[in-house]
Design a protein around this ligand. Sequence first.
Ligand SMILES: [Zn+2]
Length: 320
Amino acid sequence: MKNLPSRRALGCGLAVAGLVAVSSLTGPAASARVATDARGVCVPGAGSAARAMHGAKDANELTRAQVAAIERATKSALAQKRANAAKHGDTFTGARLANGSVTVPVYFHVVQAGTALSQGNIPAKQVTDQIAVLNAAYSATPFKFALTATEHTTNSKWFTGLRSGSRNEKQMKAALRKGGKNALNIYTASLANGLLGWATFPSSYASNPTYDGVVIEYSSVPGGTAAPYNLGDTATHEAGHWVGLYHTFQGGCTGGDLVADTAPEASAAFGCPVGRDTCTSDSLVDPIRNFMDYTDDACMNSFTAGQATRSSDQWVAFRA
Ligand SMILES: [Zn+2]
């Protein structure tokens, strides 16, 4: 998740309400297990994470148990692939996908309350600019994003104050989602609670494919009004969750985000606090430039090589 300046968030959008909704949405065993482990997180299968504005309240960071559940699901998915390949006399290497080797079809759902820009009617230029921002951000990863379709839907219930895990969100996605497990569905709306966006993780696709995707604040797209979060990096951040990345501050100073080359940090950073160093256990400053932190769009500019590798593994496990 990513939140606006007045809001701060991690995890998803909603805590308890979203959790309750989870069970009814969760299907197959694999993710049901994940959902059971979910405590205090939002959506289906413990599958969501978000970005909040500074100061926004968001109690939805993934717990250690949820992270552990996702890691177990990943291991088991990869083992399954290995077993399937062996059955066919093939070898599954799980090799890191080459940069730019995966073209992700993007379905961009502009949800709006009316025809004015302030009602969410984002012009085509902002949509294509958003895709360009994604491609620039992911240039050192396996992923390229190709805009397959932009769809405008007028529905003020879905647009106004949309909450993570809400009935409106589920209805919206059930009606609009397109493509398979490799398709990135981006929904823009006016989000509640100071959230800039939220996303599902790859591991929750199987149990709830309809819910899969990324929701972002409509004014966070390039040229939008959500300064300092209006350069399009909320979509970058949420797509990071969608390919399986955790926040850089996941796990605080210990445990971390399971990526070796991102320095641990005790908590989310906001603004652009150069030199911030919240974990004394290491000699590294906090990764405030990383897209998976909560800093201003102008501050964040990178994924690490380790994150690219993790996202590749997650893709192979769940979206390939
Ligand atoms: Zn996030």
